[in-house]
Structures are given as C-alpha cells and as structure tokens.
Design a protein around this ligand. Sequence first.
Ligand SMILES: NC(=O)c1ccc[n+]([C@@H]2O[C@H](COP(=O)([O-])OP(=O)(O)OC[C@H]3O[C@@H](n4cnc5c(N)ncnc54)[C@H](OP(=O)(O)O)[C@@H]3O)[C@@H](O)[C@H]2O)c1
Length: 268
Amino acid sequence: MLLLAAAFIVAFVLLLYMVSPLISPKPLALPGAHVVVTGGSSGIGKSIAIECYKQGAFITLVARDENKLLQAKKEIEKHSINDKQVVLCISVDVSQDYGQVENVIKQAQEKLGPVDMLVNCAGSSVSGKFEDLEINYFEVKPYNVYITIAYPPDTDTPGYAEENKTKPLETQLISESSSLCKPEQVAKQIVKDATQGNFNSSIGSDGYMLSSLTCGMSPVTSITEGLQQIVTMGLFRTIALFYLGSFDGIIRRCMIQRTKTKTVDKTA
Ligand SMILES: NC(=O)c1ccc[n+]([C@@H]2O[C@H](COP(=O)([O-])OP(=O)(O)OC[C@H]3O[C@@H](n4cnc5c(N)ncnc54)[C@H](OP(=O)(O)O)[C@@H]3O)[C@@H](O)[C@H]2O)c1
C-alpha cells in the first residue's frame, strides 16, 4: 500500500514536471531587450541595471538627480558586451505628475523601442520613532494603532455601475463567477474587522481564500488565524490554480470569438 502511494506520488510529480514547460511563461531574452529601471541611479536599481546590461540589454535609467544619473550611466557602460548597447538617462520624479512620467517613458520607447522589462525600484524608506516622524511615515503597532486592509468584493454601488459601463467582456464574465454584495454588508464586515484590529478584511469564501493566500508576511490577530493560514495554504493554492485555469479559458474563448467576429466583418 505504502509502495503504491509512493509510486503514485512519483508519477504525479513526473507528470507535473512534464506539463510544467507548457504552462510556464516564455523567459525574457535580455540581449537587445529594453529595460527601464526607475531608481536606477543608485543601490538595488543600479545593480539590476548593471546585471541586465551585462546580459546585453538596452537600459533606461529613471531618477531625479541628473548628476547621479550620469555617474551611474558611466559605471554601467563599463560592463557593455557590444558597441550597440545604450544607456539612456531620464530625470523625473515618479511620485509627482503622472502625465510627465508617461511622457518620459514614451520618449524612452521612441529611442530604444517598447519596454520589455520595467523594474520599479524608485523610492526610499524612513525609519524612526513614532513621535519624531512626519504623519506619513510612522510605526503604528506599539501605539495600539492597527491597520486594516480591506478587499471588498464586487459591491452594488454607483461606482460599480459606472465601472461596468467600460468593463471588457472578459472581466464581466470573470466577475459573474462570484455574486454581487450589498454595500451595507461590506461596510459591516470592514467596520467589524477594523474595530477588532484585523489586518485583513474580506467577505465570503472567495474573499477568505484570497486573504489567506496573500497573507505573506502580514501580521496575525490571533493564533487561530495563523493556524488557519498554515493549514489551508496548500489547499487554497490548489483551488486558486483551478480558478486561474477557468479565467484563462474565459479570456481564450473571448479572443477566439473576437477574431471570428473580425473575420466575418472583413468578409461582409
Ligand atoms: N536597501 C534595502 O535594504 C532595501 C530593502 C527592501 C526594500 N528596499 C526598497 O528598495 C528601493 C531601492 O532601495 P535602495 O536601497 O536601492 O535605495 P537607493 O540606493 O537610495 O536608491 C533609490 C533610487 O531611487 C531614486 N528615487 C528615489 N525617489 C525617487 C522619486 N521620487 N522619483 C524618481 N526616482 C527616485 C533615487 O534617485 P534620486 O534620489 O536621484 O531620485 C535612487 O536612484 C527603495 O524603495 C527601498 O525602500 C530597500
């Protein structure tokens, strides 16, 4: 019996191994690829830019300080593997005007082609004591201040109706796989979770599954919650893979339908 179970597990693992290349994404070939690195003039971003450049990529560095950008460009260029490679520098504050950021990325695309890889590394973190920090950077837990992140499901609101007007068919069909909640029901749950100091607030079995699957390094409010996450993680991931398969199926069917309609329109 034990031998049979072991044989079954081995066969299952082998099957997964064989099927895996069919579902894995095609690796990105870095030679000739255009890599945009925000925060590429320093630290982790600069090292990522160097690593990609060493593998033949074209680089766009995005950061604020022009001098730092030029220094980084010189440093990266020492690692070229052919004389066609380019390092472009763009000085912009990514936390400000979105239109400006969009424009500079367009400029980069005009010069080096479509972006193949975007590395978002711009930013900084600030550490310090609660009372010494500005309001937007502070550690809250020791002061009995808790954060609740709510994941509301599709909820029947004016905003949702507005959203539906432009929702692609694929998203509509995926949304239909779960039921629409009432705003009062959602509000009740969020308030309950927030007042209990729960880090996650979700509704229904799908919501519970999603918040468990995405718990990562998030804090737990009770030992039971932690235990539930540990025990259910594998099972939920298995269920989630079936969901993903079904969503992919919806997207594929919509694409086939759209191609058919286009062909009929052309022949008419
Ligand atoms: N280092 C770590 O241990 C660590 C660990 C976990 C996470 N992180 C995060 O990883 C990211 C990079 O960290 P790092 O240590 O490599 O930092 P870093 O050496 O200070 O580099 C930060 C880069 O971001 C750019 N930048 C900052 N604010 C910007 C803005 N508003 N617009 C455009 N560019 C901006 C900086 O250039 P300019 O100042 O010239 O704009 C610089 O190129 C940060 O978000 C950090 O919080 C770091």
